[in-house]
Design a protein around this ligand. Structure first.
Ligand code: AN7
Length: 377
């Protein structure tokens, strides 16, 4: 089997690169599509439910897909430095890919509002970490101004190469399932990812839709097409940071899911187009619902994602209960980041460790109480 060398290598015929493009990669992509087996039963869902676990990318989030493209193109264009605003994961990815490329990265993060693992990554990879007394939206405005004045490449998702890289998630899902699922659900913050998913799915179907029905699937376009259809796209936001539900930017976004604590999404129009063209919708989840979904997934399936990522599952659970999604549908949920990114969120909501003497008897007693199914369980 050929050595997997990252998503640009794998999908280069569908990405804006040439043979001379210097590819900056950490072998990102090719993440597992894990079929959930216990949750569907619990939720009364007879169809198949898959988690596309993006937490298993090199820096632990889907941002690596976009960053390999953005940094590759920045280096190709001769940039010696990159800059981004971030709620954490973009800065971790920017820091790592800049290190790989041997260039400088500047990251603007909201003071005290990013998960510990992400901060550790940006610092460890040698990024210039700038904590601003403001939120992500303030940072976004600032990096746009700064990158317009200075010779620094902006690598937020307003950089079109970011979405180019991120669209490959749709290719992988189609490769794994043989076609698009019925529904694709994901969390929405700055809204680049839902836009990129839709781009990937749209590029995978027959491009000659006007001719459809005339060729019996035999025309060159149909033969080239990788999927026969596109999924219905469902985008879920945290209630305190839900501009797509309010119909306008939110000036003081608040949520425990700090990755999606964003009030003024950059890909507003693209995300609306994805949802409308696909026949989908946006909805919102409370912080309580998000954390419950995170824990449910961790404890029933063994999959540990960060709170923001669990928003996709929290929304899905609500829509399944309400009967808005067909009970036999094939569903893919993108789990955007790894649970290890945010240890504080996990520890705060879990059963705390037992503190006992380092003695066999004390530990034996404790274990016996669990085995008897006492109130501890
Ligand atoms: C885990 O890192 O915006 O809707 O600056 O880290 O494409 O913004 C992160 C976003 C979902 C939302 N899940 O994706 C950043 C940043 C996780 C995230 C999102 C983010 P978009």
């Amino acid at each position: 089997m050929a050595h997997y060398q990252g998503l640009i290598h794998r999908y280069r015929d569908r990405l804006p690169v040439t043979d001379s493009t210097p590819i900056i990669s950490l072998n990102e992509g090719n993440t597992p599509l894990i079929e959930l087996i216990n949750l569907p039963k619990k939720l009364g869902h007879s169809g198949r439910l898959f988690a596309k676990f993006e937490g298993l990318n090199p820096t632990g989030s889907f941002k690596d897909r976009g960053m390999t493209m953005a940094v590759t193109k920045a280096v190709e264009a001769g940039s010696k430095a990159i800059i981004c605003a971030s709620t954490g994961n973009t800065s971790a990815a920017a820091a790592a890919y800049a290190a790989r490329a041997g260039i400088t990265s500047f990251v603007l993060i909201p003071d005290g509002q990013i998960a510990l693992g992400k901060l550790a990554q940006a610092m460890m990879h040698g990024s210039v970490v700038i904590q601003i007394q403001g939120n992500f939206d303030d940072g976004m405005r600032l990096v746009q101004e700064i990158s317009a004045d200075l010779p620094i490449a902006l690598v937020n998702s307003v950089n079109p190469y970011r979405l180019q890289g991120q669209k490959t998630i749709a290719f992988e899902v189609i490769d794994a399932l043989g076609d698009a699922p019925d529904y694709h659900v994901l969390p929405v913050g700055n809204a680049g990812n839902i836009s990129a998913h839709w781009m990937g799915y749209s590029e995978s179907i027959c491009q000659q839709t006007a001719a459809c029905g005339l060729c019996n699937g035999q025309c060159p376009y149909h033969i080239k097409a990788l999927a026969t259809r596109r999924p219905i796209m469902l985008g879920y936001q945290a209630s305190g940071a839900a501009p797509f539900l309010r119909g306008a930017p939110v000036s003081h976004p608040e949520t425990i899911a700090t990755a999606i604590r964003i009030g003024n999404p950059m890909s507003w129009n693209l995300a609306w187009a994805a949802v409308k063209e696909s026949g989908g919708w946006f909805d919102e989840c409370t912080d309580t619902e998000i954390l419950e979904a995170q824990k449910l997934l961790a404890q029933t399936e063994g999959v540990f994602c960060e709170p923001s990522s669990a928003t996709s599952l929290a929304g899905l659970i609500k829509d399944l209960k309400r009967g808005k999604i067909k009970p036999d549908a094939t569903i893919v949920a993108t789990l955007t980041g790894h649970g290890l990114k945010d240890p504080d969120a996990a520890i705060a909501q879990s059963a705390q460790p037992h503190r006992v003497a380092a003695e066999r008897q004390a530990i034996g007693h404790l274990i016996q109480r669990y085995l008897k199914g006492s109130d501890l369980k």
